[in-house]
Structure formats: C-alpha cells, structure tokens
Design a protein around this ligand. Structure first.
Ligand SMILES: Nc1ncnc2c1ncn2[C@@H]1O[C@H](COP(=O)(O)OP(=O)(O)OP(=O)(O)O)[C@@H](O)[C@H]1O
Ligand SMILES: Nc1ncnc2c1ncn2[C@@H]1O[C@H](COP(=O)(O)OP(=O)(O)OP(=O)(O)O)[C@@H](O)[C@H]1O
Ligand SMILES: [Mg+2]
Ligand SMILES: [Mg+2]
Lengths: 256, 256
C-alpha cells in the first residue's frame, strides 16, 4: 500500500521522466493502482502523460503551499488505474519560498500521506539537481530508482548521488533503500555503452538491474502524443523492456 | 575583450557541457584566448577538459566564497590558449550558503571582472536548472547560447527559459542578448528531429543558428579521454560542426 518509488539522478537527460511515466503505466497494466507525481518544475511528466497545460491546476505546488488538499490535485489520466499530480514552472517557486520552513525536507512526504491508502504505488519524477525538491523526493521515498545513461558523465555523478542518499538516510529518512540502477538509452552500436555498463556491474553488482532500456526512436516520439510506450506502440522493444522492468521491480519488492 | 557567453538550458542532457567545451576549444584554435568556467556542481566541464578531480582546487566555489582571488582558480589546460576555472559538488553549497547575500545574482559576474582583460572569450557552462547559479550565468553574460535537442520536451522548456531571460534583462542585466539557439544531437534517422527543428525555425527564425551538431558516438567518447573533439578525432563530422559553430558565433558578433 502506497509503496513510494522516487526516480532520481541529478545528471540531466538520463531518462528519469521517461522511466517514471513508463514504469507507472506498466505497473498499472499489471493491475496496480498507481499515482505518478511530477516533482520537476519542467512539467515533462505532466505533458508526457497527456495532461494539457491549461488543465494542470491545481498542481503539486498548490498542495505544498497549502492552497488545496492533496486529493484536489490528483487527476485521472486516460490510462486505467493511472492517476497523476501535475506540475509546471510554479513549482520552482516552492523551492525558494518554502526553503525557510522548519520541515522543508518533508513537504512532499506530508502531501502524499493522505493518498497512500488509495494507491499500491506512488512514483515521483525528480528534477535534474540535488536541491530541495530532490531531497524531498528522497525523503518521501521508500525506494529509489536511479536511471543512468551508459555514457562517460554517468559514472561521475553517481558518487555524488549515492553520498547524498546516504546523508538523507542518516538524517531524514532512515528506511529508504536503493531499489536499483537502471541502464537507459542503451545503444548497442557503441563500445562506450558496454564499457560503462560493465563498470556499473562491477562497482554496484547488487544494485544494477537486469533490465536494460534500449535507445529507440518510438520511445522519444511517445511523449509528443501524451502516451506511455505501451499505448503508443505496444510491440516496440522499449515497451517490452519497460514491462520487464515493472516485473523486476515487483520481484525485488517481493510483491510478485 | 572578455566577451562572455553563457551556455544555458534548464532541460537536462541537451549538450550544454559538450557545447561549452567544444566551442571554447574551437575559438582557441582560431587564435582567441578563451576561459571556460564550470558553473555546474556536477563538474562535467572540468573532467571533460581533462582536469583530474584532485587537481581541481581552488575552484569556482572558493572564489565565490571569497577564499581566493579569481586568478588563483584559473588552470591551464593541455590545449593552447584554453584555460579553465573548475568546479565540483562544493559549488552546490554556494547556491544555499550565498543565497542570503544582498547581491547574490552578481557573484559570478564579480568573480570574472578582474579576468576580462586576460581573455577574448569567457564561456560559462550552466547547470540544468533555473536556480541561483543559472541566474548568475545569465547576469554575467553578454550573450546566451541555448542548446536544444530536437526532441519533444525541448520546445516545452524553451518558453520558460526565454521568460526567465526576459526577467533577467529587465532587472539584472539589461544588455544581455540571445546569441542563438543551437540544435544538438541531431539524428537524421528520425522524423521527430526534423519536425522539432522546423518548429524552432518557424518560431525563432532570428535566433536559430545555421550550424546543427549531429549525434555522433565519437563526440560522446571524447570526454572520457578529457579532450575536445577537435583533439580527440579532428576529422569527425562533429569536429567540423563545432568549428563551423565557432565561425558562426564570430560572424554573429561581427568579429570575423
Ligand atoms: N530509451 C530511450 N530511447 C530514445 N530516447 C529516449 C529514451 N529515453 C529517453 N529518451 C528521450 O531522451 C530525452 C531525455 O529523456 P528524459 O526527458 O526522460 O530524461 P530526464 O532525465 O527526465 O531529463 P531531465 O534531467 O531534463 O529531467 C527525451 O527527449 C526522451 O524522450
Ligand atoms: N552531438 C552529440 N552526439 C552524441 N552524444 C552527445 C552529443 N552531444 C552530447 N552528447 C552526449 O550526451 C550526453 C549529454 O550531453 P551533455 O552532458 O553535454 O549535456 P548537458 O546539457 O550538459 O547535461 P546536464 O543537463 O546534465 O548538464 C553526454 O553523455 C554527452 O557526451
Ligand atoms: Mg525529467
Ligand atoms: Mg552539463
């Protein structure tokens, strides 16, 4: 009930939003009730799941600022058992306005508290930074999923991210666990991808997930239609990969 | 003298660091004296240009915090006429610690002031956010270069970025100009790339640059060797593209 998974990596463009949307959709397809929370002021998860900008109010910012109850910001998507709390650039205001609050790291956790009974899973899409919104995502999570691109800068940032997670465990959320490291946009044509992939397997054998998401054009087209890949092109290799990821996540959580 | 170009886009993974490193190297190859400033706590420009982590002190953070004079943080690279001010995760501290200062948006501009006479160009690599460090990059700049990937989310974020630039022009840096919008990682195999590219040409005909950077594997391999593409593989199509970009930048600035 209400198992919360945050998709986090401060490195930009590694597939956080793509993973948040598609993992959510695949868990819903397996019969789970899922809430996707867009915690990035860019609002990519909101538009990628088909919520038009003008229909995105009230949003996460309105909940954190105390303007509405959490349930008021929940929207149904066109996809069965998949709801979303949207965001847009106003959320960037929260990072500045709410940073003086006493318990500023617990804003998102508090906001989600009343919703836990309504969902089997809550999936958070974090922004590309280690600032207050990301710390909120780490504090609200039971598990953390770390997408990485198999490219040079991927390994560089991983050290900083893991030490931030350790700090959050020590002071804000002692029970949070790393669910796994997910290799995304894997391009079989390049040596670099397999070199980085082997490094990750060597350094983090317990965390690296079996599932690897290949780079496919259809996946990058899907958000422009506001759809997860399993609805946009169900027979695409990326649809199979994200379905496999959902299975592997359930296995790791002992919930199959 | 000291023409400052900031490479900015809050969308992650669009080629900011890759453009900052390679534009700097190509301007240096054309005989310009160039200072590359890593304003991203991820420190990707620092490692991508070959400065090892342990040699990266003092860094930009030490200058902003007042521990050292700006010149003390300047390092020579292996590449002629190309210097760098490095960064690492400590810079993230500056965003929080210095946010209470009266003139917090001018920290980087002040830090660069004494260095302007030593260089023809200063190129700033910004982090993927619209927070204080990025606002500092917009305030310190004479010109702003906006890399975008030709993918769906690219256009979404552009509106927010341009309105942030307008706000900075009104209150912090009235003379800053958009130098151009650079299309990066252009993959000729996909319709999406040409669709997004046409949208950009239609909406921003005066800002979109002629030069387009193609997606090439060699370019993504270059940072793991700590080298710009013109040194790693000078005959690669991306080396030609970044050389063309340097020419186009000089043309736009009337400096050919
Ligand atoms: N496996 C894939 N194959 C092809 N394209 C992909 C894949 N995964 C993601 N993309 C595309 O790559 C770009 C970056 O992905 P995405 O926006 O999900 O990353 P992100 O980590 O959420 O970025 P940010 O750091 O800005 O939040 C998007 O345009 C997306 O459509
Ligand atoms: N034209 C290109 N062809 C192939 N790979 C590229 C190209 N440009 C950049 N890359 C690779 O794509 C990834 C993202 O690029 P880069 O790190 O420069 O983006 P960024 O905007 O600086 O990211 P961040 O938002 O995290 O700062 C890197 O691994 C880089 O090596
Ligand atoms: Mg995202
Ligand atoms: Mg970068």
């Amino acid at each position: 009930m209400g198992t919360t998974i945050s998709i986090v990596n401060q490195k930009g463009g590694v597939g956080k939003t793509t993973t948040a949307i598609n993992l959510s959709a695949c868990l819903a397809e397996l019969g789970k009730r899922v809430l996707l929370v867009d915690a990035d002021p860019q609002g990519n998860a909101t538009s990628g799941i088909g919520i038009p900008r003008q229909a995105a109010r009230p949003q996460l910012y309105d909940v954190l600022a105390g303007f509405v109850e959490p349930r008021a910001a929940v929207k149904h998507t066109r996809f069965t058992r998949l709801d979303v709390i949207p965001s847009d650039i106003d959320l960037a205001g929260a990072e500045i306005e709410l940073s003086q609050l006493e318990e500023r790291e617990f804003m998102i956790q508090r906001a989600l508290q009343p919703l836990i009974i309504d969902y089997d899973f809550i999936v958070l899409d974090a922004p590309p930074s280690l600032g207050l919104l990301t710390v909120n995502c780490l504090t609200a999570a039971h598990y953390i999923l770390i997408p990485i691109q198999c490219e040079y800068y991927a390994l560089e940032g991983l050290g900083n991210l893991l030490s931030t997670i350790r700090k959050v465990r020590m002071s804000l959320n002692p029970s949070v666990l790393v669910l796994g490291i997910l290799r995304t946009m894997y391009d079989t044509r390049t040596n670099l991808a397999s070199q980085v992939s082997e490094e990750v397997e060597k350094h983090f054998p317990h965390w690296v997930l079996r599932t690897i998401i290949p780079r496919t054009v259809r996946l990058s087209e899907a958000p422009s239609h506001g759809m997860p890949i399993i609805y946009y092109d169900s027979r695409n290799v990326a649809a199979a990969a994200y379905r496999q990821l959902a299975q592997e996540v359930l296995e790791r959580l002992g919930e199959v």
